[in-house]
Structure formats: C-alpha cells, structure tokens
Design a protein around this ligand. Sequence first.
Ligand code: NAP
Ligand code: MN
Length: 266
Amino acid sequence: MRYYVLDRGDDLSVELSRQFQKLASERGMQLDADNPEIVVSIGGDGTMLHAFHMFIDRISSLAFVGVHTGHLGFYADWKADELPLLVDYMSGTGKNPNKPRIVRYPLLELEIHKKTGSSAHIALNEFTLKGVDGTVVIQVDINDVTFEMFRGDGLCLSTPSGSTAYNKSLGGAMVHPSIEALQIAEIASINNRVFRTMGSPLLLPKHHHCDIFSRKEQRLMLTVDHLNIPVDDLVSVRCQVSSQQVSFARYRPFPFWNRVRESFLV
Ligand code: NAP
Ligand code: MN
C-alpha cells in the first residue's frame, strides 16, 4: 500500500503525521509522494482542499482519507486518537484489517477566459466570482441562453460536497453528493424596480453548463476553493459538472447526513 500524508502544519497535526508514518512503516506501507494509492489529510477541510489540489493531476488514480485535529473537518472521518485503528484498516494488517469502500463525489469544472489567455480549473468545494472595487456586472447564460443580468457582490457555484461550505452561508441548499449537480447561489444581488435577478439558488444537472460574461471593465477576484485568482480582463467563465470525480476511501460508514448533523447540529 502506497500512501502520502499531508498535515495542516500546527503542532498537533505535525505530531500526528509523524505518528502515522511510524505506524505505517511498521505495517509495511510505503510513503510515496509521486504515486500514492491513498492520500491522508491531517488537519481540517482546508488541509483536504490543499491535498486535493496538490494531487489534482492524478485524482482518478487515488483516494483521500481525512483525519481532523480540531476545527470543523467536514471531509474528515477520523479523530486524532484513532490513528492506530486507521493504520490497521489501511494496511490490511493488525487487529482491524478492512477493505475500504470507495465513494465518489462530483466536482466542478471551470474554464476561465481572459483577454490575455485561458485556463482550466477543478473545484472540490466551489468557484466564486466577486467584485474588488464594487458592484459586479455579469451576464449569466444557461445552456447558451441568456438567463439574467446580475448586479451585486458576486456568485458562488458549488459542488454537492461544497454545498455545506460557503454555499450554506449564502442560503443555498445542502445537496447529497450522489446528486451530480452544480449549485449557483447569489452573493448579495441588487434587486429593485430597475435591476432583477432570480434570487433563488439554482441546481444545474450534469450535462448543463453555465457561462458567466463580464459586462463591464472591472477588477474581479475569482476563487477556486482556497485559491484566489485576481483577474482584471475577464471575458467569461464556463462552469459545468466535471467528467472527473474525487474518491474518498471509507473504512467504515459515515453517511453524508450524519456528517451534516455532526458538523452543524451536535
Ligand atoms: P477557512 O476560512 O478556514 O474555511 C472556512 C470554514 O469552512 C472552515 O470552518 C472550514 O473547515 C469550513 N469548510 C471548508 N470546506 C467545507 C465543506 N465542504 N463543508 C463544510 N465546511 C467546510 O478556509 P479554508 O479552510 O481554506 O477553506 C476554504 C473554504 O472556506 C472555501 O472553499 C469556502 O467554502 C469557505 N469559505 C466560507 C465562507 C463563508 O462561509 N462565508 C467565506 C469564504 C470561504 P475547517 O476548519 O475544517 O478547515
Ligand atoms: Mn480552514
């Protein structure tokens, strides 16, 4: 079993990462930064986002496991004191060998077109577009038909597993990750006699796409998960459910709605 482990950098996470590597090598697992089968993230959701983007080029050939050390850890299944149990499961040895169930979650695919060039990105949580100097003016097309002209702070397009993050703060729905969809939520739209937007969050299914066109000279901040991309010459952004998915290795069940309840209610 080839693995890689990534930590948040705080004392506890660094120490746990050391412990994990020691236990793993005792169980015959190999640390492999180039071609791991499992990537273990020790920290919080921010750490999982880092891990995801670090291995973005090979997400189809590996699975993630999260260990949380305080903070929220929505993507994490394991607590700090459970490391030996996790290593048992992962190595297939010791008291508790277990084959994981691989669960796959949908991702969001983006093409950013600027006057000066284009780039492609994939988000695990969400893509947001926000104004830097004030109100953004953007046109939103769905499946090549103009849907609305948006004025306000910005838009958030989230994946189902990202629907519990920024999207939730915007009044978006929590979406079960077995539903292959992307959600569009508004960030403080201007609505009055003159300007009108839909106001409700929208869910687009797979095979639909959404284009966002910049409709004035404006400095924008685009975000892809925890990454910020300042852009002052945006032409458009194409957003759709990605053909790729992210895999998580589950050594024991942790259903999405339990995860939601434990993260937000109990
Ligand atoms: P951060 O500011 O530490 O993250 C904000 C919070 O979102 C943290 O509590 C984080 O958990 C949690 N979180 C991340 N992904 C989540 C998910 N899928 N479901 C539920 N909660 C989640 O920054 P970060 O750790 O680098 O994470 C970046 C994310 O922060 C962005 O992708 C965005 O979703 C979120 N964010 C939220 C708001 C808002 O709600 N107003 C504003 C900006 C960004 P951990 O403590 O475990 O890291
Ligand atoms: Mn964080």
